[in-house]
Structures are given as C-alpha cells and as structure tokens.
Design a protein around this ligand. Structure first.
Ligand code: NAP
Length: 313
C-alpha cells in the first residue's frame, strides 16, 4: 500500500514526462504530480494549450512532441525518471490510425523510455481493452498494452472506466442533451453496464504509480467508480438531478454506427464509431484485477460528480 509518510515520491530526483499532458486526464495527472513535488515535462503537439500549472517550487514545462515522431519522443523522455502515456485517438484521420498511435507509437515511446534509462512507465489504456476484439479501436488498445509490456518490462497499465469530471465528454454531453431532446436515444436497449470513475481519482492513481509509493506488485490496474449503472439508469439519474423527465427510446447499434460514421466527417465529431463500439459491451471492472482501493484511494461517489455536472450544464 501507499506509504503515506512519504508524500514526495520522486521529489528532487528528476523529471516525469507526461505525454498527452494537455488532455482531460493528462492535465490532472500533471497537477497531481506537481502536488507531489515532481517537475514535469508536459508533452503534446499543442503545448500552448497547457494552462499555467505550478505547485510550490515545482513547475510543468510544456514541450512540443508528437508521439508519431521518434525524434521528438527521444528528446521528450531524455533524462526522465518516469514517463506516462496519456495520448488519445478516438477517430482515425490520415496517418493518425489506431494502429499507429495506440500500438506502434506506444511501443516506440516505451522503447525510447527504456533506452533512456527511465525507471517507470505508465500506459493509460481502457477497461475492456482486448487484442482479439472485432472493434479496431478496442483491439488496438489491447495490442498496445501487449507491445508496451514487451518493450518496457515492468510497465504498468492503467485501465480507466469511462471518466467523469467537469468538462468531460460523456456525462456533460448527456446533461446538456437531456433538457433539449423530447426523446432521448439509447445505445441499443440501454442495458450496457457502466461504472463511471471520477477523473481526479484516476489522476491520483497514476501519480501514485508514477511515484512508486505502491507496495502492490501488479502490472494492470482497473480504475472504476463506486456504482454500476445501465446506460438507461445513468440517463435517468442525470435527468433526476436536472429535475426533468426523460423519455427513452432504444436505437439499434447498426443505426448508431451509420450516424457515427457520418458524424466523423466533422472536425470535432460529436459521435464516433469508437464510442458506439465501446457502448456495445459492459464497461465495468473485472473481478480479478487490482484498482483504486489497492492504491489506497477511496473512489468518490459518482452521484456527487453527476450532481455537480448537472448543475453546471
Ligand atoms: N476520457 C475517458 O472517459 C477515457 C476512458 C477510458 C480511457 N481513456 C484513455 O485515457 C487516455 C487519455 O484520454 P483523454 O480523454 O484525457 O484524452 P484527450 O482529452 O483527448 O487528450 C489527449 C491528449 O493527447 C495528446 N495527443 C493526441 N495526439 C497526440 C500525438 N500524436 N502526440 C502527442 N500528443 C498527442 C493531446 O494533445 P495535442 O492534441 O495537443 O497533441 C492531449 O493532450 C487515453 O488513452 C484514453 O483512451 C479515456
């Protein structure tokens, strides 16, 4: 378990490089690590999007790096003590394919980290990642886990469930749409089971793993929330928090996929085939892998997060 007396972890020792540091999860990982007294190299393609981030004497230094570019990877990880890969890709565009980003580039980052003498490597993946899946996205996430573990023995995989928090893309979207739509469309029959987790709890878990203050010896951690909802129950819970009634309508998955393919034509696709594929299967913890509790984290009650998001919607 966590050694609570040693809150500094990697403090004073050197730098942690976070790829995807401007993202929904990545920027919270940066904040948590800064609070633990770690200097951060915050890597992304658009580093200016990183808002001022500092804690005490510790700072995050934004650097421009593309995980698809081996030379920028090498420069980003040089001299780092730990590396986190929190890069996402939900829609394939041109050379940005799931295979290139989630498999090849993840392997390249892990290999470059090993060559640079990095001690800890944390790969953010997702619940349900499966190298044998029929979904291109889910299969790439599963293959990504395999190649990272092969390239960096001792790498830790973190699999979050769908993450909730201010400015999330899931619960906030439902909360915005429920008051607008006379009939709310369900993914399939709405029975897919979800276990949303607070994004801050996942960031906390990653910061503990990076800091090495974890006695448990495991290579995969699943980060899930306190409650399991069917999608239908979740929409109803959000409607209740919004003090509104919602009429639900089942919509078959093949129709969702057609809508998602059309939506991917827009630069900021409101719906993607990846989302549809993820909603086809339960997104809950398996029973045999460690998670937040084993890292000494009591997950926040997701109802509080839903309430907060609903009131801000
Ligand atoms: N959000 C969820 O509910 C959820 C659930 C389970 C698992 N996950 C996983 O958690 C991780 C983080 O997800 P997120 O939702 O925080 O993603 P996000 O908000 O979309 O952020 C993605 C980050 O990756 C960076 N990035 C994208 N392409 C890059 C490239 N080629 N080179 C370098 N950086 C790149 C982005 O910055 P630039 O665009 O500036 O490069 C951004 O900082 C992903 O692995 C995701 O699959 C997310």
């Amino acid at each position: 378990m966590i050694n609570q007396d040693d809150r500094n972890g990697l403090a004073g020792e050197s730098v942690v490089t976070v790829f995807g540091a401007t993202g929904f999860l990545g920027r919270r990982i940066v904040t948590r690590l800064l609070e633990r007294g770690v200097d951060i190299r915050a890597a992304s393609r658009h580093p200016h999007q990183l808002r001022g981030n500092a804690s005490g004497k510790r700072r995050s230094r934004p650097i421009e790096a593309d995980i698809l570019d081996p030379s920028s990877i090498a420069a980003a990880v040089a001299g780092s003590r730990a590396v986190v890969n929190a890069v996402s890709l939900y829609v394939e565009r041109d050379e940005q394919t799931f295979e290139r980003v989630h498999v090849e580039a993840a392997a390249n980052l892990a290999t470059a980290s090993r060559h640079a003498g990095v001690e800890r490597f944390v790969q953010i993946s997702g619940i349900g990642s499966d190298p044998k899946s029929h979904s291109d996205y889910i299969r790439a996430r599963g293959r990504g886990e395999e190649v990272v573990k092969a390239a960096f023995p001792g790498a830790v995989i973190v699999r979050p469930a769908v993450m909730a928090g201010a400015d999330d893309a899931f619960i906030s979207t439902i909360a915005r749409l429920v008051p607008l739509l006379p009939i709310y469309p369900l993914f399939g029959d709405g029975h897919t089971r979800l276990q949303p987790v607070h994004v801050e709890d996942v960031a906390d878990a990653v910061s503990r793993l990076v800091s090495g203050q974890v006695a448990i010896d495991a290579s995969i951690f699943e980060c899930v929330g306190t409650r399991i909802y069917s999608f239908q129950e979740l929409v109803q819970e959000i409607a209740t928090e919004l003090n509104t009634r919602v009429t639900l309508m089942p919509v078959p998955f093949p129709l969702w996929r057609i809508l998602a393919a059309a939506s991917e034509g827009f630069a900021a696709a409101p719906l993607t085939r990846t989302q549809v594929d993820l909603m086809r299967r339960d997104n809950v913890a398996t029973s045999d892998l460690p998670g937040l509790e084993e890292l000494g984290i009591q997950p926040r009650d997701i109802v509080e997060v839903i309430r907060m998001i609903a009131h801000e919607a």
